[in-house]
Design a protein around this ligand. Structure first.
Ligand code: SOE
Length: 391
């Protein structure tokens, strides 16, 4: 069985998720399309990179991501760093002939995303953006029902992504609250996931009309903060940093195929932890999904007999997408780890076959164009058209 050598850049939460996926993918998908070898990891310091190499099973470590790019034995570069670094790393990697997977959002702006898309096209390398939620078996099942006409012509899409890890003003400042580091707040961080799911299930977005809000104008500065780390009583930080990104984004959506929709994303929704949901209504039925009940898909088919019409719950398992590779009985359930393992499988299968995989950098660029349109719409308080991508 052939192997592929992986160089990963970043040592945080997504490094853990991607490293787990490389280690576990062949345990779920066998025979595996290839055996990924965790060769080198790049961090922001020698000590953090060395610790990450030990913890996440990489043979070598470096404090300079350029060493990963320059290493002729590396086949794949995996980017799990803050958004501001994605473009430089991805463009350098593709120019060095490496296949690239990049965490979402692909870039801070459509301009950056376009440069990344051009670079991978020119280099002819396989590329993917890690919009992982479209890999959830229940969401792939929803796509099958839509494609086979089970709910008829689509009328509307209603998506939400609500979190509360940063709802408290005491949640420390991190790169996710800085426009120069992240590009935007809830828009790029979580609304981008809903936009990818909307385009995966419904089709291309053609116009937006949006509002954006910032609820917490400044946050305490504490060392090494990322997620969910509230400051403790004895940590009374002296300084606070200004927040210059959105905490919430709401937008109307028009799709090129005539479907309409709404999207709400907020990181200030106490009680909602990772509440990614959608509801799609068609002329023959409806489909509803809730990430916090991610093994289930709620479906309504209008052609059910009159005495038993109603939403029914499908519990995904062996009979459903990826089911033969996951767990042997319904109800065991999948977690975030399995979703990243499926994503890893699809990417490595594409690299092994040197074929295109979705969502690729073209889709990442499309999502960045919509995000820019949403920002423009919120600023101008008007509809913004998203022209179709030519190539
Ligand atoms: C924080 O909002 C975050 O970690 C996002 O950055 C991820 O993309 C999402 O999957 C979980 O929440």
């Amino acid at each position: 069985m052939n192997t592929l050598n992986v160089g990963l850049v970043g040592t945080g939460f997504m490094c853990k998720a991607h490293s787990l996926a490389y280690a576990a993918m062949p345990m779920f998908f066998w025979p595996a399309p290839t055996l990924p070898c965790r060769k080198i990891i790049a961090g922001t310091s020698t000590s953090s990179a060395r610790e990450a190499a030990s913890r996440f099973g990489f043979e070598r470590s470096t404090a300079d991501w350029r060493e990963v790019i320059a290493d002729p034995t590396i086949d794949i570069v995996d980017i799990t760093t803050p958004n501001s670094t994605h473009a430089e790393i991805a463009i350098a990697a593709s120019r060095a002939g490496k296949h690239v997977i990049c965490e979402k959002p692909m870039a801070r702006t459509a301009l950056e995303a376009e440069e990344m898309y051009k670079a991978v096209k020119l280099a002819g390398v396989v590329n993917m953006v890690a919009f992982n939620y479209r890999r959830i078996p229940a969401i792939v099942l929803a796509k099958r029902f839509i494609e086979d006409g089970s709910i008829g012509r689509l009328l509307n899409f209603r998506g939400t992504y609500l979190q509360d890890w940063s709802a408290s003003p005491q949640t420390p400042f991190s790169w996710r609250f800085s426009r120069s580091a992240s590009g935007s707040g809830a828009l790029g961080d979580i609304a981008s996931h809903v936009l990818d799911i909307a385009e995966f299930l419904v089709g291309e977005v053609s116009a937006v009309q949006a509002m954006m809000q910032t609820y917490v104008p400044d946050r305490p500065i504490v060392p090494r903060s990322d997620h969910n780390i509230e400051i403790s009583e004895n940590q009374q930080p002296s300084a606070r940093a200004m927040v210059d990104v959105d905490d919430e984004v709401l937008t109307l959506l028009r799709f090129r195929n005539g479907t309409v929709g709404t999207l709400e994303a907020s990181r200030n929704a106490f009680g909602r932890n990772n509440y990614l949901t959608f509801e799609i209504h068609g002329t023959e039925g409806s489909i509803c999904f809730d990430y916090e009940r991610r093994d289930e898909l709620q479906v309504y088919f209008e052609d059910d007999p009159h005495d038993r019409k109603g939403f029914r719950t499908i519990n995904t398992g062996p009979a459903h997408p990826y089911g033969e590779s996951l767990w042997p009985i319904p109800g065991i359930g999948i977690g975030y780890g399995e979703i990243k393992i499926i994503e890893c499988y699809e990417f490595l299968k594409a690299v092994s076959n040197h074929s295109r995989c979705e969502p690729d950098f073209r889709q990442g660029y499309q999502i960045a164009r919509i995000a820019d349109g949403i920002s423009d719409s919120a600023r101008t308080k008007s509809w913004v058209e998203i022209p179709a991508l030519k190539d």
